[in-house]
Design a binder for this molecule. Structure first.
Ligand code: CP
Length: 318
């Protein structure tokens, strides 16, 4: 694997999950593979899980790790070409990226949607510049449109907990006070569509995701109906994608907060969320603390998904 950006980069999902479970059973099995190899993790946005789990994954493989927080201690970076740089940004991304590449073997990038331009966000302009100019394999640690390390961990978690071959998985929108990107739901939909699960997406009207991600998923605007018989409930907020409403909060309707009322019509479903989560906006205390909640094992599996991805990337380094 050269870069890890979309579900296609991981190849066969059954093989990838089997590899993940093998690593989970012995996470130091490949501890010599990364000797004298350096991972650089570049954060344009905050993180708890991705930062820690990806570092741990690199340590599992015997790699060295450098972490750069662009907004804390680095020069402010200009990202647009053609700008006269007489403002507060003394360095351009086009120099900074190859310099970063010269200090490492692999680069992970976190760069969220900025909501300034839908076209720029959906063209992944920051991530793609790293791919183009770093000279190194690049993996997404959540970019503008996808969060593949999260989706891979979500898939591993579902495979570990499913009680039937083809579970019903429901992605539900839930309210949040601030505009959040579509990366997690986009990516989750992309990965679920690559399985043979029954996959349903539910959200209020106006929150339709991009068709390239929703694919053939069933869209159900009635949340209670969507939850009927579900085996897994995956909650997430996202802002509007369509038209002029791109990046806007259209609803804060707490009827959509996942509570015992909705969970009661499921097939004793497991509750999932990528975290961080706002309690009693996205999900009630009772549901997130219930025995059916998988939020902690799901986060723990981030170490496993990152170990698989880094292992595959460094295995192919020249
Ligand atoms: N789920 C996730 O990516 O968490 P962080 O934003 O804390 O990394």
């Amino acid at each position: 694997m050269r870069n890890f950006i979309t579900v296609k980069d991981i190849g066969n999902l059954k093989v990838a999950v089997a590899e993940a479970l093998e690593i989970k059973a012995d996470r130091y099995k490949y501890c010599e593979l990364g000797k004298n190899k350096t991972l650089m993790m570049v954060f344009f946005n905050s993180s708890l899980r991705t930062r820690l789990s990806t570092q741990k994954a690199a340590l599992n493989l015997g790699m060295n790790v450098i972490v750069l927080d662009i907004n804390q201690g680095a020069w402010k970076l200009e990202t647009e070409r053609g700008v006269i740089m007489d403002g507060d940004k003394p360095e351009h991304l086009l120099e900074a990226i190859p310099v970063m590449g010269s200090y490492c073997d692999v680069i992970g990038v976190r760069s969220f949607a900025r909501f300034e331009s839908k076209e720029d966000d959906y063209n992944e302009v920051i991530l793609n510049q790293f791919i183009k100019y770093s000279g190194r394999p690049v993996f997404s640690m959540e970019a503008a449109t996808r969060h593949p390390l999260q989706s891979f961990a979500d898939l591993i978690t579902i495979e570990e907990h499913k009680k039937k071959e083809r579970p019903k998985v429901v992605l539900t929108w839930a309210p949040h006070p601030k505009a959040l990107p579509q990366a997690v739901p986009n990516s989750f939909a992309e990965w679920m569509n690559a399985t043979d699960y029954e996959f349903v997406i539910t959200h209020p009207k106006g929150y339709e995701l991009a068709p390239e991600f929703t694919g053939n998923a069933k869209i159900e605007y009635d949340q209670m109906k969507a939850f009927e018989g579900a085996d897994f409930i995956y909650a997430k907020n996202w802002s509007a994608y369509s038209g002029e409403n791109y990046g806007k909060v259209l609803s804060m309707d707490r009827e959509w907060t996942v509570s015992e009322r909705q969970m009661a019509v499921t097939n004793n479903a497991h509750f999932m969320h990528c975290l961080p989560v706002r309690r009693n906006m996205i999900v009630t205390d009772d549901v997130i603390e219930s025995p059916q909640s998988l939020v902690i094992p799901e986060a723990a599996n981030r170490e496993i998904s990152a170990t698989v991805v880094l292992k595959r990337i460094i295995s192919e380094l020249k």
